[in-house]
Design a protein around this ligand. Sequence first.
Ligand code: URA
Length: 436
Amino acid sequence: MRAVDLIRKKRDGGELSPQEIAFLVDGIANGNVKEYQWSAMLMAIVWRGMSDSETASLCDSMMKSGEIVDLSMIPGPKVDKHSTGGIGDKTSLILAPIAAAAGVLVPMVSGRGLGHTGGTLDKLESIPGFNVNLDLNQYRDVLARCGMVLIGQTPQIAPADKFLYSMRDATATVESIPLIASSIMSKKLAEGIDGLVLDVKTGHGAFMPVEENARKLATTMIDIAKKLGKKCIALLTNMEQPLGRMAGNSLEIYECIEVLKGRGVADLTDLSIELAAEMIVMAGISNTIVDARKVARQTIDNGTALERFRQVIAAQGGDPAVCDDPLGVLPMSRKQIPVTATADGWISSMKARDIGQSIMLLGAGRENVASRIDPGVGSEFLKKVGDPVEAGETIAVLHVNDETRLQQALELFQSAIEISREPGVQPLSVILDRLT
Ligand code: URA
C-alpha cells in the first residue's frame, strides 16, 4: 500500500477500506506516512467527507494507536459524559459525583479550555493542589476508591489523535464532522468505558452554532459508538446564552459546590440531573429515566454527591476544605465590576460566544495553547434571557484582576446583551432534543 494512492483515492471521492485507514493511521507512528501526506489527506477528507463506516474505522484506528485502558479489574458499569463545550458549562463536575454516588463508575478524561470555551481541567486546577496529571495506574486506583476520577489526556491515550489534531489546527482542517467526531470518540472510547452520554451544544457559544450541524455531529458520534459496540445517546442542548450563574474557573467550582449542596440555579441543576440520569439508566442502575432523575436528586438531597466530590478532590491531592468554604479556599479576584442594563425592558439575548470572549480578555481563558489562565476571574450572571430589567440595574458582575483589557472586555460584554422593550420574551429551554 502507498499513501499517495490512498490520497488520490480520497481526493477523487473514493471510499477507503478499514485496512487502508489503519495503514494511514499506523503510518504516523511507524513513519510510513509522512506529515505532508497526512496534511493532503486531511484536506481531501474535508472536501470529500467520509462515509459512516470510514469514520468509524478512522476512530477505531486512532483509538488503537494507544492504550485502551483496561478497567475490568474494577467491577461495575463504567459510563462517561462528553460535552462539545460552551460558556459556563460545568456539568461534568456536578454529574460525575452524582452518578458515582448512585453507583456508576465514572472514568473521565477531560480537556483544557481554548478560545471562548472553558475546560474541565482548568476549572479543577483552580482547587489548590488538585492534580489532573495522573498516570494510568493512579487513574485506576482513584476510580476504584472513589467511583470517579478526573484526568487529562495521557500520552498513552489515542496518540494518533494528538498528532492529527495539531496537524488540523495548522492546515485549516478542523471543520469536518467525520474528523471532529472520530477525534472526540477515539479519546473517550479509549478510557475503558461501557457507555457514553453526549451533550452536544448548539447556538451562539457552541462549537457547532448551527443546529443542523450539531445534530449531524451528534448522530455521527452515536453511530461510531454503536459500530464499536458501546452504548451512546446524546442530548442536544442550548448554548445561545451561558449556562448557570457563573463563568470562570474558580467561580465555576464554587457554583458546582452550590449545586451539590442543593442551592444551584434551575438551568444548570436540571441539565446536570438529566445527564446524570441518562448515565444511571445506561449503567443499568435504574430502568426508567423518571426513576433515575429521582435517584440523582436524592444524591444531592442526602449529601452523598458532595461527599463523593470531597473524596475525589482529596484523592487527587486537592484541598477538600473547598467543599466547606469554597470562597475561603479558591483564588478569587480583587475587584468586582457591575455590568448594568442600558434600558428598561426584557433581556432578549446574551450572546454566549461574545461573553466567553469578554471574560477571556480578563484572563479566564486561553487565546493560544501557551496562554496562562487567571483562575479567579470571570463573570457572574444575575439575569438571563426572559428576565425583566430596569435601566441601571445590574445584569452581571465581572470579576477582575488585571485591568489592562477591562474596557475592551466591558464593551464586548455590553454588546452581547440585547434588551427588548416588548414584553413576552420567553426564557430559553436548555434541552432541545434527545438523540439515540
Ligand atoms: N475536540 C476534539 O477533541 N477534537 C476535535 O476535532 C474537535 C474538538
